[in-house]
Design a binder for this molecule. Structure first.
Ligand code: FAD
Length: 495
């Protein structure tokens, strides 16, 4: 490829924090709050003007998933504090049953108010915030990332932290530091498709419930009247045949997801819609993201026209807004000291260095073709080992959130926002411990880390932690085979 040599120049070092958290998504929020609360000088850098990552910028909703199939809450800690704050501020109803999608719980929220609540939580913890800033490079010597280079309106600058938690979702800092990584499926590197969420206002919820009762057969699992009435917030999934017909007639683009999936939000008459879709996008390539933005913004109009035409209660609805960027489900996965596998996810593995639990389904939207893998949530509760957060060859960098060291299939479960927040919290506590002890991230006392997390209210396996069961969330029906949603569970054992 043609190239030029950039001119060498001096750039100012603008900060020397103990801990730099790169990226303010679910993982970054957990990491920054936890590190700052542990008494170390913590700085958070985020490329947008507010925190939240996919939770706010991509408008991903609902928060998944805090409970196992018995209604026991297995993700607590900072993620739960955030939900409590949202409940107090009227930004969320809290955890509600999601019978339609086989999840033990879902937690819909108002992303706009979530932004402010997150800023308040970060400020209260004492995190120094630097928004509108991209991390664009890193310098490594002797296994230590000594500085990161940033770009923003004030120009090009450097930050020299003692420790870094990479929560960019794409493992940008790790990649700039030369950490090896994988992308997508082993055989061809293909990754899950991108989706642009949008919100619809002006829906008539009572009319929708009546329409769902009359049209239950085209919805997943044909929900009963009782199930439809019982849903505190509606989770709507199905209409596969009608979506296919709309594609055949040219009303919907052929790449649109094969079903309508949308969630009622805690704002009267407002739903978020997760139905646009485009495959073959690499979220670390700007040309690909641009292609996704162009295609999916057009799909938003088509999908909304479909909702208006075919779903009762949506006739007078309107598009309220859409994510400020397309949602990227999958990019890099770092090579870490340990690789979490799908067998461990499905078999409820626990680890001596387990630092966060996950209980969401393995949920892989088709990288190509049509088969979506979905194993059903809340069945297994597994732990994520601390070693999955430690990139090979580096002593002062942890990676938390979506890009940890896991297989492509295990990634299909660990990627959800509650799990990422829990991982971030653990990473924040870990780097603070390393900072206090002046040691590398591998040298901290793991028992002490687990103890500290439990004292902070986090749930871990094998620690005799009391159950927090919400009886309203217990799944009382066997998961269906998901046919209406075109889900496929390759791991399901036939009875
Ligand atoms: C379409 C879609 C639907 C999904 N559905 C659900 C769902 O229903 N429920 C659920 O719980 N999860 C869902 N997920 C998964 C979930 O949203 C993500 O996996 C999760 O947000 C990952 O969290 P994270 O903190 O690792 O990364 P992110 O949320 O991606 O946050 C990364 C942050 O880092 C910032 N950043 C990135 N690079 C840089 C850089 N170089 N410099 C500075 N800042 C940077 C970004 O701006 C962002 O704020 C969905 C994801 C998608 C895309």
């Amino acid at each position: 490829m043609e190239h030029i040599i950039e001119k060498q120049r001096e750039i100012p070092i603008i900060a020397r924090p103990d801990v730099l958290v790169a990226g303010g998504g679910p993982a970054g929020i957990g990491a920054a709050i936890a590190a700052a609360r542990s008494g170390v000088k913590t700085m958070l850098i985020e490329r947008y003007g507010f925190p939240g990552g996919n939770l706010t910028t991509a408008m991903v909703n609902p928060f998944f998933t805090f409970h196992d199939e018995n209604g026991n809450q297995v993700i607590r800690g900072i993620a739960e504090e955030f939900v409590d704050r949202m409940k107090q501020g009227g930004a969320s109803l809290g955890h509600v049953a999601d019978l339609t999608f086989d999840n033990a719980s879902m937690t819909p929220f108002d992303a706009e108010r979530a932004k402010i609540i997150l800023i308040e939580m970060l400020e209260e913890a004492g995190v120094e915030l630097l928004f509108h800033t991209w991390i664009v490079d890193a310098n490594v010597a002797n296994g230590v990332v000594g500085s990161v280079i940033i770009e923003n309106k004030s120009g090009r600058q450097a930050i020299c932290p003692k420790y870094i938690v990479d929560c960019t979702g794409d493992a940008d800092v790790a990649a700039f530091s030369g950490v090896p990584f994988a992308k997508g499926k082993d055989e061809d590197g293909s990754m899950q498709p991108a989706t642009l969420y949008f919100r619809v206002g002006g829906a008539d919820v009572e009319q929708l419930r009546n329409w769902m009762k009359k049209n239950r057969n085209i919805l997943k699992d044909s929900p009963s009247d009782e199930q439809i009435d019982k849903q505190k917030a509606i989770a709507f999934l199905g209409m596969n045949q009608m979506v296919q017909e709309a594609k055949d007639s040219g009303m919907l683009h052929s790449e649109v997801a094969p079903r309508i999936l949308m969630y009622e939000l805690p704002i009267p008459g407002v739903f978020c819609v997760n139905t646009t879709r485009i495959q073959n996008i690499d979220g670390t390539k700007t040309a690909d993201i641009t292609r996704a933005e162009v295609a999916l913004r057009k799909q938003v109009l088509e999908v909304h026209a479909f909702l208006q035409k075919y779903i009762g209660g949506f006739e007078s609805s309107y598009i309220l807004d859409s994510g400020i960027q397309v949602g990227i489900r999958e990019t890099r996965r770092i090579a870490g000291d340990y690789v979490l596998t799908e067998q461990e996810v499905l078999n409820s593995a626990s680890f001596e260095d387990g630092i966060a639990c996950g209980t969401f389904a393995i949920d892989i939207h088709p990288p190509h073709g049509k088969k979506q893998i979905f194993t059903g949530s809340g069945k297994s509760v597994y732990e994520i080992p601390y070693r999955c957060l430690i990139p090979k060859n580096l002593k002062n960098l942890l990676v938390a959130g979506r890009p940890i060291s896991a297989t492509h299939i295990a990634h299909g479960s660990i990627r959800v926002m509650a799990t990422c927040t829990a991982m971030g919290q653990a990473a924040g506590v870990a780097v603070a411990m390393a900072c206090h002890n002046k040691c590398g991230t591998r040298e901290i006392n793991i028992k002490q880390l687990r103890k500290e997390l439990v004292e902070q209210g986090q749930y871990l396996l094998n620690e005799n932690i009391g159950e927090m069961v919400d009886p309203d969330l217990i799944l009382d029906s066997e998961n269906s085979d998901g046919r209406q949603a075109e889900h496929y569970n390759p791991f399901r054992t036939k009875k």
